[in-house]
Design a protein around this ligand. Structure first.
Ligand code: CA
Ligand code: CA
Length: 272
C-alpha cells in the first residue's frame, strides 16, 4: 500500500511538472522573432563614420498611399529584415572626413569655407552618396527601408509624426538648410526624414513598381534611368514632404536640395 502511495505521489508530481511546462510555453514563432531583435543593440556607430545608427526591427509595414499621386499606389504590405539607419542626414563634417581620408573628388557645390559642419551635405550626386556609403561600410537605403524608417512605427500617417504639419515640426517653405536634428525625432528616434534636404535612395525609380513589388525586402527595378529621392527639402511646400511622396533624379546630378543618409544590414554575428 505504501508503495502504491509513493507511486501515486510521483505520478501526480510528474503530471504537475508536465502541466506547468505546457502552460508556460508561449506562441513560439512570435517569441523567437522578437528575441532576435532584442539581442541586437538598439543603436551603433562604425569607426570610419561615427554617426549614430538606430535599429529598425524586422517586420511588416504598409507602403505607399491611396490618397497621393499615381506612383504611390497601391498601398501594399512589405516585410523587411532588421537594419540600422543613420539617425540624421550625413553632415558636411562627416562628408569632409570622407574626402580627406579617401582623396575622393569634391563635387562642384562643395564649399568648405561656407558650409557649416552640422548642416547636411548637399550637391552630392547619387554616385557620390553611394561612394561615401561604400567607404563607410554602409549602403544607401532601399526605398522601402527609407519609407519604413520615416513612418516611425506609425501606420497610415501623412508625416513622420502624424497627419498635421507646421513649421515647428520640420524645415520646409523656408530660406535655407538648417543643422541636422533641429526638430523633434520621430518614433524611431530619427531626425529630418521630412524636409531639410531630400534624400537619395538605392533604388532605380519606376512609376509602376508598387504594382509588381515583391513583398519581401524589395530592392527596386533591376534597371532604370533615375534614382529615387525621398522626403522633400527646405524650399518645398508641405505636399512634397508627405512620407509616401516619390521623386527621382539622374544619378550623376547633384543640387542644392538633395543629400542622403546611410543604412547597414544587421551583421549575421549580431543576430545570433
Ligand atoms: Ca531629409
Ligand atoms: Ca511625387
Amino acid at each position: 500500500m505504501k508503495t502504491f502511495h509513493r507511486k501515486l505521489t510521483i505520478f501526480i508530481a510528474v503530471l504537475i511538472v508536465i502541466v506547468c511546462a505546457c502552460s508556460t510555453r508561449g506562441p513560439v514563432p512570435k517569441a523567437e522573432e522578437k528575441s532576435v531583435d532584442q539581442r541586437l543593440p538598439a543603436s551603433l556607430s562604425v569607426d570610419k563614420d561615427p554617426g549614430t545608427m538606430v535599429l529598425i526591427p524586422a517586420g511588416h509595414f504598409m507602403m505607399g498611399s491611396d490618397e497621393g499621386q499615381e506612383d504611390e499606389r497601391p498601398v501594399h504590405s512589405v516585410y523587411l529584415d532588421a537594419y540600422y539607419i543613420d539617425e540624421a542626414e550625413v553632415t558636411c563634417s562627416r562628408y569632409r572626413h570622407f574626402l580627406t581620408e579617401t582623396g575622393y573628388p569634391p563635387h562642384p557645390l562643395w564649399n568648405p569655407e561656407h558650409d557649416r559642419p552640422e548642416d547636411p551635405v548637399v550637391g552630392v550626386s547619387w554616385n557620390d552618396a553611394a561612394a561615401f556609403a561604400r567607404w563607410a561600410g554602409k549602403r544607401l537605403p532601399t526605398e522601402a527601408e527609407w519609407e519604413k524608417a520615416a513612418r516611425g512605427g506609425l501606420a497610415g500617417k501623412k508625416y513622420p509624426w502624424g497627419d498635421e504639419i507646421d513649421t515647428a515640426k520640420a524645415n520646409y517653405d523656408s530660406f535655407g538648410i538648417m543643422p541636422v536634428k533641429s526638430f523633434e525625432p520621430n518614433g524611431f528616434g530619427l531626425y529630418d526624414l521630412a524636409g531639410n534636404v531630400a534624400e537619395w535612395c538605392e533604388d532605380w525609380y519606376s512609376d509602376i513598381y508598387y504594382s509588381m513589388s515583391p513583398g519581401d525586402n524589395p530592392r527596386g527595378p533591376q534597371l532604370g534611368e533615375k534614382k529615387v529621392v525621398r522626403g522633400g527639402a527646405w524650399y518645398n511646400n508641405q505636399e512634397a514632404l508627405l512620407i509616401a511622396n516619390r521623386y527621382k533624379n539622374a544619378p550623376d546630378l547633384g543640387n542644392f536640395n538633395t543629400g542622403f543618409r546611410c543604412v547597414q544590414s544587421v551583421h549575421p554575428t549580431l543576430a545570433r
